[in-house]
Design a protein around this ligand. Structure first.
Ligand SMILES: NC(=O)c1ccc[n+]([C@@H]2O[C@H](COP(=O)([O-])OP(=O)(O)OC[C@H]3O[C@@H](n4cnc5c(N)ncnc54)[C@H](O)[C@@H]3O)[C@@H](O)[C@H]2O)c1
Length: 457
């Protein structure tokens, strides 16, 4: 078959059906009777709704109405008018794939609306494929706004839930996209949290009080958001049978470590921020089972341009200082830090959304690449050189206790990730954005997480 859509016996349990559909990366399945004859299609969202309405997970899918009973036959495919009518029906019920069924009821093939349209040379305006619906919590943030852009480009439908701590201008260019829904709300509100999951297939949780300084200033919000709200969301996902849950964690959980640290290395948090991330990792992983398969993504320190720019991240700060002050200030300098381009980070999320759940579910990954472990001194040298011999001022007092080098082999093996961004090119791009006035005043508080109580635009 061209499309690996699950074909399920009508006696399959509702719970098992959701699991199988999830693994197929399509959001529908075809249902067959005991003899293998096609009965109709089911949608994952309908099955989830059954469970929420109180149906037992062990009940057979055949006991409940199907989403539709449409099918293609040789006769329909051979007749332009009938094929056109079928496309209209498919559009009406929101179905993008149908089986070609033989007279004995067996499935010969599966075709998309696109395929049917092409057979008769119809315009493809109504033949877009199905889109997985992804909830991006924190979608207006530094990583979230880049991830949302890329998800939409890849054909996903996206709902953002964000309280806009740093404003919503990062979403200006996306606001009209018909595949994007923007919900303003606070994840800490249980009602908002649960409602945000309606008809969602996968969740990426990015919202947090992010960074050591911000969490130090706002400890209560940090605990509420990074731990308690994260726990509530994961728990609500589990109850909704939303199996795919990507949790944004950080390599800061390693704090201080000597050797190259893999995912099993001891954790040594040196801030409330890192401690809350460890706590929520544990809670979320602890909920994992065959039907809820969270993925913990421990990212290196991000860099690069984003519609919600942050100038409190090392590469971005140095690039901005090179532009504003024509010098780079380094504190300490000997400490190691894994770095990761923000576009590359978004790429990893998409790979995890598209990967077989068995590869990525119930697992922890360091996110980055071995050759982007840097000493801060070297970061300054590289950026200084790439922007035209910017002088470097060194202050040996180290303001940041973190020092760790990280191994990223597990991620590369599971999803084949290779970074595309480099700190040289990112620094040049940021410099260029400042030079051309795309970012007019980089000293505004909105670009720094530890000023978030007085964000201005
Ligand atoms: N930026 C990095 O270097 C880095 C590195 C490792 C991990 N991470 C993790 O990645 C995630 C995203 O980081 P970022 O740099 O994009 O941060 P960010 O601060 O730019 O974005 C966080 C977003 O979450 C939103 N938010 C915060 N609290 C909320 C709440 N209660 N309800 C709804 N929305 C809320 C904010 O408005 C903001 O848009 C975080 O979880 C962070 O811990 C970031």
């Amino acid at each position: 078959m061209k499309y690996p859509i699950e074909c399920l016996d009508r006696r399959t349990s509702v719970q098992k059906a959701i699991q199988l559909i999830e693994r197929s990366t399509f959001d529908i399945a075809l249902v067959l009777d005991e003899k293998g004859s096609y009965l109709g299609g089911v949608a994952m969202s309908d099955l989830r709704r059954l469970l929420i309405s109180g149906v037992r997970g062990e009940d057979e899918i055949g006991n409940y109405p199907l989403k539709h009973e449409y099918r293609l036959t040789e006769k329909i495919l051979g007749d332009r008018r009938m094929a056109n009518r079928m496309l209209s029906d498919m559009e009406l019920v929101g179905v993008h794939f149908l089986p070609v069924v033989a007279p004995d009821g067996s499935i010969r093939d599966i075709l998309s609306a696109d395929d049917i349209g092409r057979l008769h040379g119809f315009s493809n305006s109504r033949t877009a494929g199905p889109a997985r619906r992804v909830l991006v919590v924190g979608g207006a943030g530094y990583l979230g706004s880049v991830l949302t852009q890329r998800l939409l480009r890849c054909g996903f439908r996206v709902r953002i839930l964000d309280s806009f701590l740093y404003g919503r201008r990062s979403l200006d260019t996306l606001a009209g996209d018909e595949n994007l829904e923007i919900v303003e709300g606070d994840l800490r509100n249980i009602h908002t949290c649960v409602n945000s999951l309606a008809d969602i297939d996968a969740v990426t949780l990015l919202a947090a009080i992010v960074g050591d300084p911000a969490s130090k200033i706002r400890p209560t919000e940090t605990i509420e958001t990074n731990v308690l709200a994260a726990q509530a969301l994961a728990s609500a996902c589990k109850l909704h049978h939303i199996n795919r849950f990507l949790y944004a964690s950080t390599c800061s959980v390693y704090g201080v470590g000597g050797n190259l640290l893999d995912e099993d290395a001891p954790l040594n948090p040196v801030s409330l921020y890192a401690r809350t991330k460890i706590e929520s990792e544990k809670i979320i992983l602890g909920m994992g089972d065959d039907y809820f398969s969270p993925t913990i993504l421990r990212m290196g320190t991000l860099y690069g341009f984003s519609p919600r720019m942050r100038f409190d991240l090392v590469v971005n700060t140095m690039s901005m200082k090179s532009f504003l002050d024509r010098r780079i200030q380094v504190f300490g300098g000997k400490q190691w830090r894994p770095l990761l381009g923000v576009e590359d980070a978004a790429d990893v999320y998409i790979r995890c959304l598209e990967a077989n759940l068995e590869e990525v579910g119930n697992r922890v990954f360091n996110v980055g690449s071995d050759d982007q472990n840097y000493r801060i001194d070297d970061v300054a040298e590289i950026i200084g050189r790439s922007l035209g011999n910017i002088p470097i001022l060194r202050d040996h007092s180290n303001l940041d206790a973190r020092n760790y080098r990280v191994c990223f082999a597990r991620l590369a093996q599971a999803v084949g990730f290779q970074p595309q961004q480099t700190i040289q090119r990112a620094a040049q791009e940021i410099f260029e954005k400042l030079n051309s006035g795309v970012v007019r005043n980089p000293t505004q508080k909105i670009y720094y997480n530890h000023y978030f109580d007085s964000a201005e635009e």
